[in-house]
Design a protein around this ligand. Structure first.
Ligand code: UTP
Length: 292
């Protein structure tokens, strides 16, 4: 089936300061949950949602991400010579095919909105998805696929939202919801990182977007906002009125791996879902519970 949304942008040029010193020389997006880097989960999710073009917005020190999605000749030859065909197959399936990957450089980390804008020439005049790898989402059917459905129905911008505790609104863009129809909630307005008292709801935008091409023009004219960064939320706000704008509510497990506690939780929960690890990790979790 051909989707209207074939391109996904993966902004991976941030500094990852919350994970220093781990991220001094290792990109945050390559930190592993059990044995897969965060960015691999996002790429797999996009592919399962029908994405064919993978655009990474990288920066200095992020070269390991390009290596991760490249052929590792020596490693593959060694695995072949040792008869480790299963490992080899698994490794080969991880990467998009030739011509499906593009890398764009964001020379300075001026914000998520700026990172997306840096991909404008590669994206062209088509709707596209944006996935933030530090939001790890586990769903039977990728949430991005449901968002693309809503985009195809409405023709506008679509964001993923999740309910967050009122005390956490200042970490997210928060929407003011309007009418709901099916899985789509109309977005009336939104605020970037509001204090709980100023938050219009507890529905936070969480790392998945389907955007229409005119957002690039809006981003070009978006000034730095909260935190001195060019915010995607501000550009979406400016698009209100000229583009339909909906949110899809998350109905799956989400781990905010941009925070240390979310990262640790993801590691434990994913380990518990693995046949090869469940027993040992469950025993560990039980013994820790007994100790406390
Ligand atoms: P975050 O704000 O979570 O990432 O951005 P960060 O800035 O790297 O992390 P901290 O806050 O310092 O710990 C979400 C995603 O957007 C990318 C990041 O790489 C991350 O994957 N990003 C952010 C960019 O590509 N460019 C930017 O200027 C900012």
């Amino acid at each position: 089936m051909t989707h209207s949304v074939r391109t996904a942008v993966f902004p991976v040029a941030g500094l990852g300061t919350r994970f220093l010193p781990a991220t001094k020389s290792i990109p945050k997006e390559l930190l592993p949950i059990v044995d897969r880097p965060l960015i691999q989960y996002a790429v797999d999710e996009a592919r399962a949602a029908g994405i064919e073009n993978f655009v990474f917005v990288t920066g200095r020190g992020k070269g390991a991400i390009e290596d991760h999605f490249d052929v590792s000749y020596e490693l593959e030859e060694t695995l072949k010579a040792r008869g480790k065909t299963q490992d080899l197959d698994r490794l080969r399936k991880l990467r998009p095919g030739p011509g499906e990957v593009a890398y764009v450089r964001q020379m300075e980390p001026l914000g998520l909105g700026h990172a997306v804008w840096c991909a404008r020439h590669v994206v062209g005049n088509e709707p596209f998805a944006v996935l933030l790898a530090d939001e790890l989402i586990l769903a039977e059917r990728p949430v991005l696929a449901s968002m693309i459905d809503v985009h195809e129905r409405t023709g506008g911008n679509v964001v993923l939202v999740d309910e967050v505790p009122a005390t956490e609104t200042q970490r997210y863009g928060i929407i003011e919801p309007g009418e709901a129809s099916g899985s789509a909630i109309e977005v009336v307005s939104m605020v970037e990182k509001p204090e709980p008292s100023a938050a219009p709801s507890n529905l936070a935008i969480v790392g998945r977007y389907v955007l229409t091409a005119p957002i690039m023009q809006i981003l070009e004219n978006t000034a730095a906002g909260t935190g001195g960064e060019i915010q995607l939320t501000d550009a979406l706000m400016a698009s209100l009125g000229s583009q339909p704008f909906h949110a899809v509510r998350l109905e799956a497990q989400r781990f905010d791996c941009g925070t240390k506690s979310g990262f640790v939780e993801a590691t434990i929960r994913l380990a518990l879902q693995r046949d090869d690890l469940r027993e040992n990790v469950q025993r560990l979790v039980n013994s820790l519970a007994d100790e406390s």
